[in-house]
Design a protein around this ligand. Sequence first.
Ligand SMILES: C[S@@+](CC[C@H](N)C(=O)[O-])C[C@H]1O[C@@H](n2cnc3c(N)ncnc32)[C@H](O)[C@@H]1O
Length: 190
Amino acid sequence: MSHKKFDPSRAERLLAPERYHELKPDILLQRLGVRPGSTILDLGCGNGFFTLPAAAAMGDGMVIAADMSDDMLSLLKQRLTPDNIQILKVEEVKMDIDAGSVDAAVLIALYHEFKSPLDNLAEIKRVLKAHGKLLILDWDPQSEKERGPAKVHRVRKEKALDDLKASGFKVESHENYTPDMWMIIAHSKN
Ligand SMILES: C[S@@+](CC[C@H](N)C(=O)[O-])C[C@H]1O[C@@H](n2cnc3c(N)ncnc32)[C@H](O)[C@@H]1O
């Protein structure tokens, strides 16, 4: 596995209360603007930091919790998971999800781990409904804080914005969400 990929032995820290306090999954859901009943793809879901709050907010909707790591998915399975979570093992790029079936996709601390981001964006666009939303939250290489993935592996927000435009997404907003993480919200143009 590539050195960029998250080490599952560090998974516990993803669920630290300070992380919930800082990243505020409920605010992310609000910003995404999805209604209960929607289908959300939590790509690179890990052990479910965002998956569980999203499932609680989606009511009779569905969260597809997708990850390429068996270790991370088995940690998620060990947690109490409601019926509206579908756990899905995916490949580096390909996902066994029907085209045009997802209302919104969320990528938290994942973008910098992609080997070929344009291929991932094309696959995400394939599964999104027309005008489906995409939220990307990831590490700023210019952050001064000493935590998170090595700076050399991080992706600048401007590079992700270029990737999105090249992949047929329309950017709705972009910002520095925390002192060391940027956020982009976009939707697929068709
Ligand atoms: C840093 S963890 C973040 C997990 C979760 N999103 C969170 O914020 O707590 C990144 C996760 O993305 C997964 N991952 C890396 N590349 C992936 C890919 N191409 N497709 C799906 N999952 C991937 C890793 O296995 C890992 O579980």
